[in-house]
Design a protein around this ligand. Structure first.
Ligand code: KIV
Length: 274
């Protein structure tokens, strides 16, 4: 099938643009970013969605899960990204503990993200269990992206990062949750680490875009963690991760050269001083 990129020229990617992309069969490209400099590079490429993921907890802060990152820290990352971006849709994860179980608190958290960072939308993990919070946030006019399948904020409940929804009952629950999120008014859903066939089935049944990370090729778009796909983080190698670069080696090479130039009195040279 020919690649059209017919939406490359839109001046702002909105939730409506994403909906149109789904209808026209143009795949959606999404990556994470957590700071101004990387967000500026991503924005210059014409990426459709930038996710300020709570994976910042792992990638930026060095925690072993996404649970510790706070709302204030997410707002800090999100506002740095927003300052670099005009065209891409900026989606921000509501961090663990700021929306589960209390829809009023969920709304306050979402409002703080939108007001203090200037982002375009929020993302929340879960289905039926969080639907009251999703409804309340949506009714305040804040666009919500869902997240089903492997939901890293629930890692302590599941105990492992293995593929999700492999049994019939889990797959049925995922389908039900996806329908519920669509009915509530979510504009898109991330599907993480589920069988490719199931990903395709959900994407075909639902009208809103389904963005996959380890959910196969038949969904409406793909998302990866930027630092993983650039080869900055090397310890994480799931099957779905395609590494487009080996940036950690390149950075090490550059720093090695810098150190050796200093030690050998080769830096700074005549032209590099006043
Ligand atoms: O936090 C994140 O980076 C995410 C992606 C893995 C979808 O939620």
């Amino acid at each position: 099938m020919a690649v059209s990129y017919s939406f490359r020229n839109v001046t702002k990617v909105t939730t409506h643009v994403l909906q149109e992309m789904k209808v026209k069969g143009e795949k959606i490209a999404m990556l994470t970013a957590y700071d101004f400099s990387f967000a500026r590079i991503l924005e210059s490429t014409g990426i459709d969605i930038i996710l300020v993921g709570d994976s910042a907890s792992n990638v930026m802060a060095g925690y072993s899960s996404t649970l510790p990152i706070t709302l204030n820290e997410m707002i800090y990352h999100a506002s740095s990204v927003v300052r670099a971006v005009k065209r891409a849709l900026v989606v921000v994860d509501l961090p663990f503990g700021t929306y589960q179980g209390n829809s009023k608190e969920a709304l306050n958290s979402a409002i703080r993200i939108m007001k203090e960072s200037g982002a375009d939308a929020v993302k929340m993990e879960g289905g039926k269990e969080i639907i009251e919070s999703v409804d309340r946030i949506l009714s305040a006019g804040i666009p919500v992206m869902g997240h089903l399948g492997l939901t890293p904020q629930s890692i302590h409940k599941f105990g492992t990062y293995v593929v999700r929804a492999t049994t019939e009952s889990e797959a049925a629950k995922l389908f039900e949750d996806a329908r519920l999120l669509e009915k509530s008014g979510c504009f898109a859903i991330v599907l993480e680490k589920i069988p490719a066939k199931l990903g395709g089935k959900v994407a075909r049944e639902l009208k809103i875009p389904l963005i996959g990370i380890g959910a196969g090729a038949e969904v409406d778009g793909q998302v990866l963690v930027l630092h993983d796909m650039l080869g900055i983080t090397m310890e994480f190698s799931p099957r779905f991760l395609r590494r487009y670069h080996n940036l950690s080696e390149e950075i090490k090479g550059a720093v090695d050269s810098y150190i050796s130039d200093i030690k050998s009195l080769n830096f700074p040279n005549e032209r590099e001083q006043y």
